[in-house]
Design a protein around this ligand. Structure first.
Ligand code: UGA
Length: 434
């Protein structure tokens, strides 16, 4: 059944949800307070780079199923309203719910009786239970329906989710079934549960991924000590159906706008509840030391000693974004590594296919031409796993560099091809090859 869905917040979660629900046949009104963003979206201009998103927005605008507005009043009459508001980290590790606490009472004065109010962006456990109080009404059913979208795969993840979780108290209420029905065309398994479990499931999933990655990053370190190869170890582990092959690639650490924020929030929640979540605390600690590990590897590559000086050394960085497929620099491990190298006195030139400049880190010269990063470089460092880097002319990079050595923190490049191009390739958790 086609519903009238209101979306509050046209950020990456809100906009993806709006465009995808319009695609699934619903009428969607997306509200945001940012006038210029609403104006642009109304003209089909999408500023976030999500594959497939601009086509869906254009389609929704074209067939009239999707509208953007700054007028909250247009949500009157909606059958369902999804809250897709930002919950950035507050100073103390707890998410800052300021926007939500301001907007929800406004909605309470506006929505028609029976409208289902859904929390979609990540909110602390217990938020759904607080909503009736914030709304100031008890005739608006409340549902927790957290998103599990990956940046740069958001549309694909929305339309083909691994699972959909719908939390209400009591579980499986009429409102829960109504929200579950919205996802029916995706064919995804739906978990009908209580609100707190739905909210916790979101944090638990992101925190588990973070623990998995930190585990692999430490294993990679062990591989280096024992002469083993993390790719072989991870491949073997991943064939166990209970472990699975995803999220087993070591790197410079996990980052982005979600994993760091959500692990910190869950740790804070556990502390407040008096529960020792030591395993998660360790995962965060391991992640923080990853950047130092990369810097040590660069020192070793450039000077032959893990404690050697990088003062005045020209280092070329390939990749700045927190992962491939996005230009997002929020909590990017690549930036953390760049900042450490800068502090160590290195002169940095960087290229990232999706990043034009670095306002916060003036010491790094960002160039559009990847070959410029190699000019007179004492080492190259691959920090983001852009497949484009594999296709570079590595012989040309070798000719431009002062020393043809690459520290590949993502094990992205083919060591044999690099050796042929004259490069010394230093991977993570692998045997160095010269
Ligand atoms: C993450 C989750 O994967 C989504 O399910 C979730 O919905 C989203 O957060 C969110 O809470 O909104 P995202 O932040 O887009 O999605 O990033 P991921 O693809 O999960 O990558 C996280 C970090 O792990 C990146 O820094 C990435 O480079 C790193 N990573 C990932 C590795 O180092 N190795 C791997 O094998 C995989």
């Amino acid at each position: 059944m086609a519903e009238h869905i209101g979306i509050v917040g046209a950020g990456y979660v809100g906009l993806t949800s709006a465009a995808c629900f319009a695609r699934l046949g619903h009428r969607v009104t997306c509200v945001d307070t940012d006038e210029s963003k609403v104006d642009e979206l109304g003209r089909g201009v999408v500023s976030i780079a999500e594959p497939g998103l601009d086509e869906l927005v254009a389609q929704g605008l074209g067939d009239g199923t999707l509208t953007f507005t700054t007028a909250q009043a247009e949500l009157y009459g909606a059958d369902v309203v999804l809250l897709c508001l930002p919950t950035p980290p507050g100073g103390d590790g707890r998410p800052d719910l300021g926007v939500l606490e301001r907007v929800v009472p406004q909605l309470g004065r506006l929505l028609r009786p029976g409208c289902v109010v859904v929390t979609k962006s990540t909110v602390p456990v217990g938020t759904a239970a607080r909503l009736p109080g914030l709304l100031g009404r008890d005739d608006l059913p409340v549902v927790s329906n957290p998103e599990f979208l990956r940046e740069s795969h958001a549309v694909e993840d929305f339309l083909h989710p691994d699972r959909v979780v719908v939390g209400t108290d009591p579980p499986g209420s009429a409102a829960a079934r109504r929200i579950a029905a919205l996802y029916e065309p995706t064919g995804a398994p739906v978990v009908l549960t209580d609100a707190a479990s739905a909210e916790l499931a979101k944090y638990a999933s992101n925190a588990f991924l973070a623990v998995k990655l930190s585990y692999v990053n430490v294993l990679a370190e062990l591989c280096e000590r024992f002469g083993a190869d993390i790719r072989e170890v991870a491949r073997t582990m991943g064939l166990d159906a209970r472990i699975g092959p995803e999220f087993l690639a070591p790197g410079p650490g996990w980052g982005g706008s979600c994993l760091p924020k959500d692990t910190t929030a869950l740790l804070h929640a556990a502390d407040s509840a008096g529960v020792d979540f030591g395993i998660l605390r360790d995962a965060v600690r391991v992640n923080a030391r990853q950047r130092a590990r990369v810097v040590r590897a660069v020192r070793q590559a450039v000077t032959g000693s893990a404690a050697g000086s990088l003062a005045g050394a020209r280092i070329g960085l390939l990749g700045l974004a927190f992962k491939a497929g996005t230009g997002d620099l929020r909590d990017s491990p690549a930036l953390a590594v760049a900042a450490e190298l800068d502090r160590a006195g290195a002169e940095l030139t960087a290229h990232d296919p999706a990043v034009g400049d670095l306002p916060g880190l003036a010491a790094v010269q960002v160039v559009d031409d990847p070959y410029l990063v190699a000019k007179d470089a004492a080492a190259l460092v691959v920090l983001t796993e852009w497949p484009d880097f594999r296709d570079l002319d590595w012989s040309r990079l070798a000719a431009a560099a002062a020393r043809a050595v690459v520290v590949d923190t993502r094990n992205l490049l083919d060591p044999d091809a690099l050796a042929e191009a004259g490069f010394t390739h230093i991977g993570v958790g692998t045997h160095p090859r010269r």
